[in-house]
Design a binder for this molecule. Structure first.
Ligand code: ES4
Ligand code: ZN
Length: 326
């Protein structure tokens, strides 16, 4: 359709993307062979079947298992490069990807292997594709504070390659304040902070992400709608929410895209943005997320442009790059 090609051409920014969640089935198989890793799937059809999950924990179990095929620096390079090529196709000009070091260091892959592979691809992405980036390291919230501190310690030689830290994995039972001290240390080191909050967890977790972790953005945050005072706060402070429409319907945060609240939040003048989260698992990259909003919620061009402008405002890039993106 005309809108669909317009959405593909529209210059876009991605602020909520897990690199491990951009691992496509074909690369999963190729890396399993390359590294001699056993998979519980023999073909793409069985992978597709395994991807029938409808809640966060079922997804995470498969996502962490698949990540085991990532072993060498070249693997992390190839994963990141494939994502950047997809960005180029979809006219995504700036990205702020997440990675989960503990998923790899806990099985014996060195922190340096992970970050050097990712960083080299991001550097090449800037030089060869013109895509700028800022990298964010996430702590797994189902693990303990000690493990998060150890991960921050491992990151010390690589601080120049990192813009911030985030918090992801199972939200229920693991409130943001579990990581108040490690986030305080990260801020002392000059890192910005973000956290997944209000995805499957309550609005209260958005408050504690803001007040205890001092986040610059909230990842997901759609459950803010349950708390009118929080909505007022988010509007007045223009605290950004990195919303992921296809993720939210796949994991049944909303039953159908028609029920998604992103355009309601936009109408309330909240700084919402569109992002793909784990595109290989949830059914699409940036363009497909915008297209899903166009189909289900009648997203128009004015709204799409405002959503991209919000992403520029919410981005961690420098003022000069923001000017170029505007
Ligand atoms: C995630 Cl959708 C989502 N939620 C929480 N943690 C995650 N890690 C990767 N995708
Ligand atoms: Zn996420």
């Amino acid at each position: 359709s005309p809108l669909s090609s317009w959405l593909t051409q529209l210059p876009k920014i991605e602020l909520h993307l897990h690199l491990e969640g951009s691992l496509e089935p074909q690369m999963l198989f190729d890396l399993a062979v390359r590294n001699n890793v056993d998979l519980p799937y023999v073909n793409v059809q069985e992978v597709t079947k395994a991807f029938q999950f409808t809640q966060l924990q079922d997804f995470l179990d498969i996502y962490y298992q698949a990540a085991q095929v990532l072993v060498t620096e070249q693997d992390f390079y190839d994963l990141t490069w494939a994502y950047l090529l997809k960005c180029k196709e979809q006219n995504v000009l700036h990205v702020e990807p997440f990675f989960d070091p503990q998923t790899h260091t806990d099985r014996g892959v060195a922190f340096s292997t992970v970050i050097n592979g990712i960083d080299q691809a991001l550097t090449d992405g800037k030089e060869k594709l013109g895509i700028s980036s800022e990298l964010i390291m996430c702590f797994l919230r189902h693990l303990d504070e000690k493990s998060a501190f150890e991960t921050l310690e491992q990151a010390m030689p690589f601080l120049a390659k990192l813009k911030g830290v985030g918090l992801d994995s199972s939200e229920l039972g693991h409130p943001p304040e579990k990581f108040s001290r490690v986030f305080a240390k990260a801020r002392e080191l000059g890192l910005l902070t973000v956290a997944h909050a209000g995805e499957e967890g309550p609005a209260e977790f958005i408050w504690t992400a803001i007040n205890d972790l001092k986040v610059s953005r909230v990842d997901h945050g759609v459950n803010a709608i349950q708390d009118p005072e929080l909505i007022t706060y988010l509007r007045q402070t223009q605290m950004p929410l990195t919303v992921c429409p296809l993720s939210n319907t796949k994991l049944k945060v909303f039953e159908h895209m028609q029920q998604h609240n992103i355009l309601d939040l936009l109408a309330l003048d909240i700084c919402v943005t569109v992002n793909s989260d784990d595109p290989s698992y949830f059914g699409g990259y940036m363009t497909e997320n915008f297209e899903a909003l166009a189909q289900a919620l009648d997203l128009n061009q004015t709204q799409a442009i405002k959503l991209v402008q919000n992403s520029i405002t919410a981005s961690f890039c420098d003022e000069q790059r923001k000017q170029e993106l505007t």
